[in-house]
Write a protein that binds this ligand. Structure first.
Ligand SMILES: CC(C)(COP(=O)(O)OP(=O)(O)OC[C@H]1O[C@@H](n2cnc3c(N)ncnc32)[C@H](O)[C@@H]1O)[C@@H](O)C(=O)NCCC(=O)NCCS
Ligand SMILES: Nc1ncnc2c1ncn2[C@@H]1O[C@H](COP(=O)(O)OP(=O)(O)OP(=O)(O)O)[C@@H](O)[C@H]1O
Length: 276
């Protein structure tokens, strides 16, 4: 089964692209990391308890306020009140050293749980007979999940102002400063696009540019999927489904190739920094 890792940065258009990929003619199943990241921190889960114990003492508004009867003291399920996401966001989005430390702590709690949930979702897609699946992961490179993907697709914009304008139009509750902090908390999308292109041809890395309108975006997705299909034709996907041992070997080979690609990228980055 082909794993297509879909990534980008905040408000560059990943969700819009994943809706296109979920619809005909592609009709691909989507595994959405943001959605899983919400599910794994619901009250009663181990991640929820870990977040409350780490952030609770220093974040008075960490949980949504109690207001019976809609929101009882111990939450609707009795397992605790849900996390107040904007408040937690203020603790972890930004470039201040303490904020970075807190973000790393939150990632350390949430990411392993998300990875496990993704693994089960991908296994279910394989057993259901899908020849390809999209992993929609905003932090695909940062969490090293790109190592498992046959193809990485980055949704990028060339103009940072387009990204800010779309973010502020969509999330009207964010101030400009909050929006800038969120943009800064994710890597520069143009660097992600370069990293994607550096994976080499053969459909291993495809960039979908999204500075234009929705029609143009649909055209970009069509072009990118044609490239992916050329490199990994349908018959190949069916062959992998028919022969699970071959799928395992190809999976291991893909992983090894990706480790080498990432080493080359890290080396190129080191050389680039040394020149400065
Ligand atoms: C801090 C939280 C509670 C804020 O929630 P909120 O609903 O306000 O924002 P939302 O989750 O929609 O995220 C907004 C944007 O920030 C990005 N983002 C989320 N977490 C992170 C992070 N740790 N680092 C960088 N960017 C992030 C998201 O991908 C999205 O593009 C939430 O983002 C969270 O739990 N983050 C940690 C888990 C995580 O890394 N999720 C990303 C996918 S695994
Ligand atoms: N080509 C486009 N033209 C106009 N608006 C667009 C275009 N692409 C995306 N948008 C809008 O920009 C906003 C951000 O897009 P989207 O939600 O798909 O981004 P995202 O990368 O998934 O964001 P996040 O990481 O925050 O979840 C949305 O309101 C979306 O409708």
């Amino acid at each position: 089964m082909l794993l297509i890792g879909l990534t980008g940065s905040i408000a560059t258009g990943k969700s819009t692209v994943s809706s296109l990929l979920a619809s005909p003619p592609y009709s691909l199943p989507i595994i959405d990391a943001d959605l899983l990241a919400r599910q794994v921190v619901e009250p009663g889960t181990a991640s929820y308890r870990a977040i409350v114990s780490y952030f609770g003492p220093s974040t008075p508004d960490l949980l949504v306020p109690a207001s019976p009867p809609e929101m009882p003291e111990h939450g609707p399920t009795g397992k605790g009140r849900p996390l107040n996401r904007p408040a937690l966001g203020r603790r972890v989005f930004g470039s201040d050293p303490q904020v970075r430390k807190d973000r790393a702590a939150l990632n350390g709690i949430v990411h392993p749980a998300v990875r496990r949930a993704m693994f089960y979702a991908a296994a279910r897609a394989y057993l259901a007979g899908h020849r390809a699946v999209v992993l929609d992961v905003p932090l695909l490179f940062e969490s090293a999940l790109d190592r498992f993907c046959g193809t990485v697709m980055v949704v990028a914009v060339r103009d940072p102002e387009v990204q800010m304008a779309r973010l502020m139009a969509r999330d009207a509750h964010l101030s400009r400063e909050d929006a800038e902090n969120r943009v800064r908390s994710q890597g520069d999308v143009r660097v992600k696009a370069r990293r994607c292109e550096a994976r080499g041809g053969k459909g291993r890395g495809v960039v979908v540019w999204n500075d234009g309108g929705r029609e143009e975006l649909a055209g970009e997705v069509r072009r990118a999927m044609e490239e992916v299909e050329r490199a990994s034709p349908r018959w190949w996907g069916w062959a992998m489904l028919a022969c699970p041992p071959a799928a395992v070997v190809v999976g291991l080979w893909t992983f090894w190739q990706n480790v080498r690609i990432n080493r080359r990228w890290a080396e190129a980055e080191r050389e680039e920094r040394a020149k400065l």
